[in-house]
Each structure stands twice: as structure tokens, then as C-alpha cells.
Write a protein that binds this ligand. Sequence first.
Ligand code: AMP
Length: 418
Amino acid sequence: MQNIDNYDFRGKRAIVRVDFNVPLSDSFQITDDTRIRAAIPTLKKVLASGGSLIIMSHLGRPKGPSGKYSLKHIIPAIEEKLGREVKFAPDCMGREVARLSATLQPGEVLLLENLRFYAEEEGKPRDLAEDAPEDIKKAAKSEMKERQKKFTLKLASYADCYINDAFGTAHRSHASTALIAKYFPRDKMFGYVMEGEIKAIDKVLKSPVHPVTAILGGAKISTKIAIIEKLFDVVDNMIIGGGMAYTFVKAGGGKIGSSLCEEDQLELAGSILEKAKAKNVRLYYSGDVVIADAFNNEANSKVCPIDNIPEGWMGLDASDSMISEWEKVIRQSKTILWNGPVGVFELEKFAAGTRKIASLLAEVTSGGVFTLVGGGDSVAAVTQMGFAGKVSYVSTGGGAMLEYLEGIELPGIRAIRE
Ligand code: AMP
């Protein structure tokens, strides 16, 4: 398999799928450029090795061409970070792109317009009524498949080699993230972001140094059941915090007041507790929590056992004593995975637990522990709190990381490897 370090880019046009789906303000200012910064080493490598670049990405969820979702808004940011001019193709299809890519010289950069201006990128028919007859739906899908093939082939025709560096969409089998790879059987590879993400997650899943601890938080257990079960094969300890914990507490017979609870997951939560025992995984979710009488910064709050919360009160953060218990586990671990905040960190009043976890992980990382943080909200938390550069790895792909952790082979990874 080629990789970006041993491939000969001289005189070649590389089409690179990046994840430039960055948040923009109402005046189209980038409010978080992490994803652009992450892709720069891959882009610079191609240019430094004598190649030229055709950059492609999606931005947002447009239903068709739309100025709001145009990638033109981010050209200055890419130019500034690459230190050179970026040409812009105001469409990702058509003669003009073909001409621009055909005349691209080594060292030049061409950015294609948002791939999702075309339904073909995702391969799902748009504007199909939900109650349309089944045979119409079927026909629309098969017609879309044909159109997607043409779209993919067209993208492939612009370049000599393909690099996938968009981990954030690696769990989707889209034209630019997976399907295009087959047109480059000997000239396809991962970029550094993809390589880094895969290496970091494999370091936890496949070759971890024990003891291994997972810290799982966030709102719902329903979205994380599969990961919890998969992680039982890997971890020695599992800390369960955030809104998720209360469903487990209730399943064990505790009183949780009006804390978040997924009633339809109670039975499953109970069976997970049993499985943990069978797999010899130590679970940590009991102790004291910070409870409040309303979901805001002005609420009254106090500390109370997680399984004896009065009616009308809800658990919104881990208490200091709970964090101290977890701290002992964290300090004994050699590998730590953190997904999901352990409290409602968006409200300053209930952010202390999450902040303490972030700072503890930063501290143990400097002592040689491997710490991987992933999943939308915990990444936002470590970034906001200033610890992003102080843990071993911050995953940029929320959904993709979660699916990888579940043990699913991601289409974007398979397409490069097969
Ligand atoms: P998720 O997307 O499942 O990782 O959930 C992240 C969200 O969980 C964040 O918005 C947190 O505010 C929220 N969260 C964390 N702890 C709690 C809690 N005890 N009660 C309600 N929501 C929580």
C-alpha cells in the first residue's frame, strides 16, 4: 500500500478529500479552524514533493447550490495557512473544473466548490416525498446510483492520485470519501490526519498498555451502548459520568429525581451492568453529584448521593469527592480514552467536573500516559478549556470515531486498504 511519505508526487495532480466543514459565523468568519489546520501538513507534503493539489470538501448540509455554504468563504484561511495562492473552481463539476485541473502546474492549488451542492456526493435522492410509492423510491435510488457513478468518475478524472484525509466523514460511503478510491487502484493513500486518527484509536483498541480506562459521559446511553460493549473487551476500568450515569443508577434501583433518564434503556442498562461483571471491568458511577433545581446557571445547587436525589432536583455535574475517586483510577492508568463531558459543561456552574477531568488528563499525559479524547462535546470541552494541546491525541471525527470504536470498518478506510 502506498503512503504519503513514499509516493512520488513529482508532476502529479493529487485530489485530496479534506474535512473543511468548519463552523462559520453569520458574517462568514471561521469560528474554529481546527479542521483546516489539521489538513495542512498533508497539503504541504504534496506541494513540497513536486505535486499539485485539487482540494475537495463538503461544508454544512446544503440542499443544492447556495452562497451560504460556498467554500469560497474559507479561501483566505487556506491561503494564509498554506502560504500560497488558492485557485477556486466555482463548481466541482463541468468543463471549467476540467480545464483548471488539466492546466494545474506543480506547486499550484485548486479548491473545488462544495461537493454537497450535488446530491450525487452522498448518493441520496433529494426531494423525494417520504410517502412516495415504494417502486418510485426504488427507481429514484437506482437512478441516483447511476448518476453518482458519473459524478465520481468525473471527480477522479481531474487527478493522477487520490488522498483521503477526511476522518470526519470516513464513516460515510460517499463519492469523494470512498467510491472514488477504486479509480486509483495503485495511486490512493491516507493523508496524515487519517493516519494519525487510525494510529491513535488502534493504540487504545488493538495494542493498549494496561491498565486501560475509558471515561464516558454525555447525555445519552442509547447512542453509546455499542461502544460500551466493545470497550468491555479492552478496558480494565470504565468511568461513567454525565447524563448517561442516571439511567444506570435507576436501573440499579436508585432514586434520581428529575435527572436525565432513558426509560426505554433501563433494561439494557441493567444487562450492561451484568456484562461488566462478567468481563471483569470495574465500573465507576456511584458517589456524590452536584444537583440543581433548574437547568441554568442561576439554579440552587447542592451535593447529594447519586442514588438518592430528591424529587424536582437533577444531577448536573460530578462532585469534588466523585472526581477524587475517579482521580485515583486515572492516576493508575496507562491508557485513557475520554468521550463525552461528565457534566453540563456549557453552563459554567456545572463545568467544574469536566474541567477537572481535562486538567487531570493533561497532567497524566505529561507523565507518559496515552490519552485519547474524542467525540464532539469532549473535544469542544478540552479545546475551550485550553487542554487540547496537552493530551496525546484529540480526534477530529466525532461520528467516525464512535463507529470505529464500535469495531465497524469505516468505508473511507476500507476503500484505501482494499
Ligand atoms: P453527547 O452528545 O451524548 O456526548 O452529550 C453531550 C451533552 O451531554 C452535553 O451537551 C452536556 O451538557 C450533556 N450532559 C452532560 N452531563 C449531563 C447531565 N448530568 N444532565 C444532562 N445533560 C448532561
